[in-house]
Design a binder for this molecule. Structure first.
Ligand SMILES: Nc1ncnc2c1ncn2[C@@H]1O[C@H](COP(=O)(O)OP(=O)(O)OP(=O)(O)O)[C@@H](O)[C@H]1O
Length: 318
């Protein structure tokens, strides 16, 4: 099978003044087949952005290797740059005083497109990301979602085989994020390989063929979107606004499908379950014990990470 992205034992160490060096990536290996959408999930500081920067040739690895469509990111930077489109979340990289069309034509000129071709390419891309109606307004008047669409269009200027999206929907409202995901799906349908980082497990499950978890610069596991989706949708939590009596806590822990019960004395107490049936039984037992101040919710991303990554969870810790 042809791999669009091949990463072998990639390590990146940042020297720090007056402190020990920081290993942001630690012998990380990953292969992404052509046409796959692969998401990297991980807590802050896990090393995701460092990896994206190395793949986009703006940062050198300390050791190990990475290839994009067969081109080495250290030795063949020009070829790698032609093979990838990079989309960062947030405000980096757009010229705010220029219009969307001017931004795209400028980028197209960097790829050596002639005037007429630039115009045509900009028009096509603006239409594809749904910005034709606002094409001639300055980017500073755009909403975050619109800017992100323009970022994507910019990433597509050179018609790259591989798209690297680093937290592309960060800070977007849910509607804008949904629209953006539809654009990513469209790119996937066109056969584009996509490597994306996100903090949003539901987003990763929704878009990806595979999802990898990164922690402390290492790849900890790779899962199918179905598994990640289950982690997001099935886990439930019952929150009790008072401490649980130890004996009741022990009984709850024995209910089939109960994943965890917070320790005695902790307030609020939390019972986590693997699904609605267990949640129903837990609620029943609590109500029977006269505890009525209950709330049902989904575990946070932090808690889900905690299960996956062990006790470090979302702590940055370095
Ligand atoms: N230029 C730098 N000098 C020193 N340390 C750095 C530098 N850039 C990143 N780091 C450190 O490397 C580690 C990995 O950072 P990176 O930005 O790759 O993580 P991330 O997974 O993208 O995090 P986030 O989700 O917060 O964006 C962090 O501990 C960070 O502080």
């Amino acid at each position: 099978m042809t791999h669009a992205v091949e990463i072998e034992e990639l390590t990146r160490v940042y020297p720090r003044k007056g402190q020990p060096d920081l290993t942001a990536l630690s012998a990380l290996s990953l292969s992404v087949p052509q046409g796959e959408v692969h998401s990297l999930l991980g807590p802050n500081g896990a090393g995701k952005t460092t990896l994206c920067r190395i793949l986009s040739t703006v940062l050198l690895p300390s050791s190990g290797s990475a290839r994009v469509l067969g081109h080495d990111v250290v030795r063949d930077t020009a070829a790698v740059k032609r093979s990838i489109g990079v989309v960062f979340g947030g405000d980096r990289g757009l010229y705010n005083r220029l219009t969307a069309r001017q931004n795209l034509e400028f980028w197209a000129s960097l790829y050596g497109l002639r005037r007429a071709a630039r115009r045509q390419r900009a028009d096509e891309l603006l239409a594809r990301v749904g910005l034709s109606g606002r094409a001639d307004q300055p980017v500073q008047s755009y909403s975050r979602g619109m800017k992100q669409r323009l970022h994507l269009a910019r990433g597509l200027v050179a018609d790259p085989g591989v798209l690297i999206l680093d937290e592309p929907t960060v800070g977007m409202d849910p509607l804008a994020a949904r629209d953006f995901r539809a654009l990513v799906r469209e790119q996937r349908a066109r056969g584009r390989t996509i490597l994306m980082t996100t903090h949003d497990m539901a987003e990763a499950a929704d878009l990806s063929d595979r999802v990898s978890f990164v922690d402390n610069g290492r790849l900890t596991l790779t899962e199918s979107p179905e598994t990640v989706g289950r982690l997001v949708s099935e886990r439930e939590r019952v929150e009790v606004q008072e401490a649980l009596p130890a004996e009741l806590g022990a009984r709850l822990a024995e209910v089939p499908g109960v994943v965890s019960v917070t320790g005695p004395g902790e307030r609020p107490a939390r019972v986590e379950t693997a699904g609605t049936e267990a949640t129903r039984q837990v609620m029943g037992l609590l109500l029977a014990a006269g505890i009525t101040d209950l709330a049902k919710s989904r575990p946070s991303l932090e808690e889900t990470y905690l299960h996956l990554l062990g006790s470090r969870g979302m702590d940055v810790g370095r």
